[in-house]
Design a protein around this ligand. Structure first.
Ligand code: SAH
Length: 361
């Protein structure tokens, strides 16, 4: 091992932090995460414009409000022109990236989406991130060829039994998100993943293992947020684990955010909408102060926003793109950080020799 190479943050070192409740000790964790963030990715907060392009979904995930089984929501899929309008808005607001997210919607055809991606790349300077679920290899390849830069696919939990329960397979096709994440790396995408915090059945041990996986998977982007029960889903009626159930709290989310920063010092880590949903006043800012360096303002047209209800009472559901933009910009400046310019690529893949900077323990 080279002198400067960071030690992997292993489970044994993560677990005590997850169990820690002394405020002064937690203050040290927040401080350390903030220092590591500043040293490695600086004070810029990158803005990723989120476009929720479809709420149609083939899957039956127990946690998610847009699961196929939910007959209560009206389904939509945005048109190419609507998506392009949002992309142009992203440019006018100075964002460097758009994130196209949806349910696992096979009505989003390989070639159609490839066309949308190439248009965004040809007509704007934006980086394009996709978050469209577990699509076949041929799709991932075609979209990469069309110019997509990054892909987000959370593994949700590293406990295989819990995962199999809350994320049922499609008929005849085993869900293996770890294999897809490896494949995305090979295809040259910047790769993002993450977990929900406080899933019923999630123990401290598995959450520690989840965080260890962030380093093992060499993630460029890490998204974590509290699990928020949706009343029209089976998981909302599921009891917690009898052994040390992880609470879906704000504090636990900050712990995981801070540990994610220590695990991957140079990754791009958002302060997520789910966190803002459980603390509307301060969640985003506290996330940024405890390890995060990215915000994801919503660009989805207002008429579709409320329909992309993966969990209830989602923050910013009624705001327009312009309102989200102004609000987030002010929040960034209020805590003495700067708004990032450019694409804000992850710096985790820079040539060997660039050392990752960690804080000595
Ligand atoms: N269909 C895509 C995008 C899903 S939405 C996919 O499966 O990758 C993005 C993320 O929202 C999910 O990965 C999940 O971690 C999170 N999410 C879904 N339902 C949630 C809930 N009830 N509470 C908190 N987060 C949730």
């Amino acid at each position: 091992m080279q002198m400067n190479e960071p030690k992997t943050l292993d489970r044994a070192r993560i677990l005590p932090w997850l169990l820690e409740d002394y405020e002064s000790r937690l203050g040290e964790l927040w401080q350390r995460a903030d220092d590591v963030r500043r040293l490695n990715v600086g004070d810029a907060v990158h803005l990723r414009g989120l476009i929720e392009i479809s709420n149609i979904c083939a899957r039956l995930c127990w946690y998610c409000g847009i699961r196929a089984g939910n007959a209560k929501i009206t389904r939509y899929r945005m048109t190419e022109n609507e998506i392009m309008h949002c992309a142009r808005q992203a440019v006018s607001f100075g964002y460097g990236t758009v994130v196209l997210q949806s349910g696992e919607d096979y009505g989003i055809g390989t070639d159609w989406l490839a066309g949308v991606v190439s248009r965004i790349k040809a007509e704007t300077p934006l980086a394009v991130t996709l978050s469209l679920g577990e699509r076949p290899d041929a799709d991932l390849l075609a979209w990469r060829k069309a110019g997509a830069d990054r892909y987000l696919l959370r593994f949700e939990t590293s406990d295989p039994e819990l995962y199999a329960t809350i994320h049922p397979d499609l008929p005849g096709k085993r869900s293996d998100r770890f294999a897809i994440l490896r494949r995305l790396h090979e295809l040259g995408y910047e790769v993002g993943s993450g977990v929900m915090i406080g899933i019923p059945g999630q123990t401290y041990d598995t959450l520690a293992r989840d965080i260890e996986m962030f380093s093992i998977l060499e993630l460029d982007m890490i998204g974590v947020g509290p699990y928020i029960p949706h009343p029209d889903t089976p998981l909302a009626r599921q009891p917690g684990s009898p052994q040390r159930q992880v609470p879906a709290t704000e504090e636990m989310t900050y712990k995981v955010l801070a540990l994610a920063r220590l695990a991957r010092p140079r990754a791009n880590i958002p302060s997520t909408t789910a966190l803002a949903t459980i603390n509307l006043e301060q969640g985003r800012e506290l996330g940024l102060a405890r390890g995060a360096n990215v915000l994801m303002p919503n660009l989805t047209p207002v008429k579709y926003r409320a329909l992309y209800e993966i969990y209830p009472a989602k923050a910013c559901i009624r705001e327009t793109a312009g309102q989200c933009h102004c609000c987030l910009r002010q929040r960034i400046e209020s805590i003495g950080r700067t708004v990032g310019t450019g694409r804000g690529d992850a710096r985790t893949q820079e040539p060997a020799g660039r050392q990752v900077r960690t804080i000595q323990e």
